[in-house]
Design a protein around this ligand. Structure first.
Ligand SMILES: [Mg+2]
Length: 258
């Protein structure tokens, strides 16, 4: 199966949760962290992120520069090891995921990061979830003859190379609209990789990151896209429970504004 095939839609669920991975399910963005520590560093990286937020360049072109600066100096395995050691999960995510699993609420990861890295980091913290959860992400290609991804010999492969997003996350959301009984669509995100998804969820959760970088909130405020602000998944769990219990998403958004 191609790594870019979409998993089957989660039919029959009342609510479906799609979530960004980096900085949303994790405590910090692993690609930012890689670039800051193993690539060209935080100042240049932040400059690229702001350029994406201000729509001067697309996420795809920014991301390729960032990851190339890492790949030039480190093997892929070194990067996976480094991230597995330093990246932790949001303090509420495991409880949220377990509640969803027991209550018929599918959770799908929709990421612009690289699927093998996501699977490796999740395996360390939630091994059972890592085996079963659907991950819709970008991928990585090894270009050395041995196929090991040695220094200078691995690169990003975008799910949608023709899109300036690299991975257009709306394409993971929109097919749900065509179902006979579409679920309430929840999307959780935090940053510039989520701009393609922001307009398309019924209920958008935008994470306020501990480092004060909250690019998705800035984008949504500028573009008048309603969202629920959250610090960790404890709040998402509370709101998803309310949806399952019959509260509507406009009610939740209304309560958030007042
Ligand atoms: Mg993110």
């Amino acid at each position: 199966m191609s790594p870019f095939e979409y998993p089957p839609l989660k039919t029959g669920a009342k609510v479906v949760v799609l979530s960004d991975w980096d900085g949303t399910i994790t405590d910090r963005d692993s690609n930012d962290y890689l670039t800051d520590n193993l690539g060209f560093g935080p100042d240049k990286r932040r400059g690229y992120n702001l350029d994406v937020l201000n729509e001067k360049i697309g996420f795809r072109d920014s991301f390729i520069e960032q990851i190339s600066s890492v790949a030039a100096k480190h093997s892929f395995d070194e990067c996976v090891e480094f991230l597995a050691e330093h990246i932790n999960l949001d303090p509420g995510f495991e409880k949220f995921y377990n509640w969803c699993s027991s209550n018929g609420v599918p959770v799908v990861i929709v990421s612009s990061g690289m699927a093998p890295i996501i699977r490796a980091v999740l395996s360390k913290h939630m091994p059972e979830a890592a085996k079963e959860i659907d991950i819709i992400a970008n991928d990585v290609k090894f270009t050395d003859p041995e196929g090991k991804g040695t220094k200078g010999h691995w690169e990003l492969v975008f799910r949608h190379p023709e899109s300036h997003y690299g991975h257009d996350k709306s394409l993971a959301i929109l097919p749900y609209r065509d179902l006979d009984k579409p679920p309430v669509l929840v999307f959780c995100g935090d940053g510039v990789s989520d701009l393609s998804a922001a307009k398309h969820a019924d209920l958008l959760f935008a994470k306020e990151r501990a480092d004060g970088e909250s690019d998705l909130m800035v984008y949504c405020t500028r573009n008048e896209i309603p969202f629920v602000q959250f610090l960790d998944f404890h709040k998402v769990e509370d709101k998803v429970k309310e949806l399952v219990d019959g509260k509507t998403f406009p009610q939740i958004l209304h309560e958030e504004r007042s």
